[in-house]
Design a protein around this ligand. Structure first.
Ligand code: URA
Length: 210
């Protein structure tokens, strides 16, 4: 791909906006929701991948802007990272009704866009948030051994190869798990420390919606 990263991400946004074949398209349009493509620095070293937009996200078009997003911000702050230093996106780009789990056909439909986002941004570290994201990313990079559970892999570093070089995948629990459970919150705080070993950004990031 030869064009500027922002142009490439805009092309992904346009394709998703018009994704009438999605089973979530009618739900988006009838609720006047937005698709949620991603947000952050297009040159980020660290990409966070969540599950799917919730209500707040679908109403604003911004990932992790509700209660889970506040937890994510606090966790980032605990390791001296800001949102503008990283890139944040999701497996699904549209909100599933009542925040139900993503379905297999939805994951199949939306993840080619995620794969393109990874190829464009070329993160050195991918932090997966929750089991759907972990499973998809580890499978995508051929690093998933069947039946591996997030309860075993959280807070570890899984090395993988991509077309653009090496990537370290860090499976993390979803921030929503920490909302009402203080021991999950402590686990997430501890696991976030793993991200500290990767270099701090050389220069402040640029926050972009897309
Ligand atoms: N949960 C997610 O997985 N993603 C969001 O963007 C918000 C909540």
């Amino acid at each position: 791909m030869s064009t500027d990263r922002s142009d490439q991400l805009r092309a992904i946004r346009d394709a998703i906006v018009n994704l009438k074949s999605s089973p979530l398209y009618e739900y988006r349009v009838s609720n006047r929701y937005f698709p949620v493509i991603g947000q952050g620095d297009h040159y980020a070293d660290i990409m966070f991948i969540g599950e799917a937009p919730g209500k707040n996200e679908a109403e604003t078009g911004r990932p992790f802007c509700g209660a889970s997003g506040r937890v994510l911000d606090e966790l980032l702050k605990s390791i001296d990272l800001k949102r503008e230093d990283v890139y944040v996106t999701n497996i699904l780009k549209d909100r599933p009704p009542n925040n139900r789990d993503p379905l297999k056909n939805e994951i199949e439909l939306y993840t080619p866009f995620l794969e393109q986002q990874i190829e464009i941004i070329q993160p050195k570290v991918i932090a997966t948030l929750g089991r759907f994201s972990m499973e998809f990313i580890l499978r995508h990079f051929g690093a998933y051994q069947s039946n591996q559970k997030i309860s075993q892999l959280h807070g570890t570093v899984v090395k993988a190869r991509t077309n653009y070089g090496r990537v370290s995948v860090v499976p993390l629990f979803h921030p929503a798990a920490a909302l009402y459970n203080s021991s999950q919150r402590e686990t997430l705080e501890k696991d976030f420390q793993v991200l500290k070993q990767f270099d701090a950004p050389a220069q402040p990031g640029t926050m972009r919606l897309l």
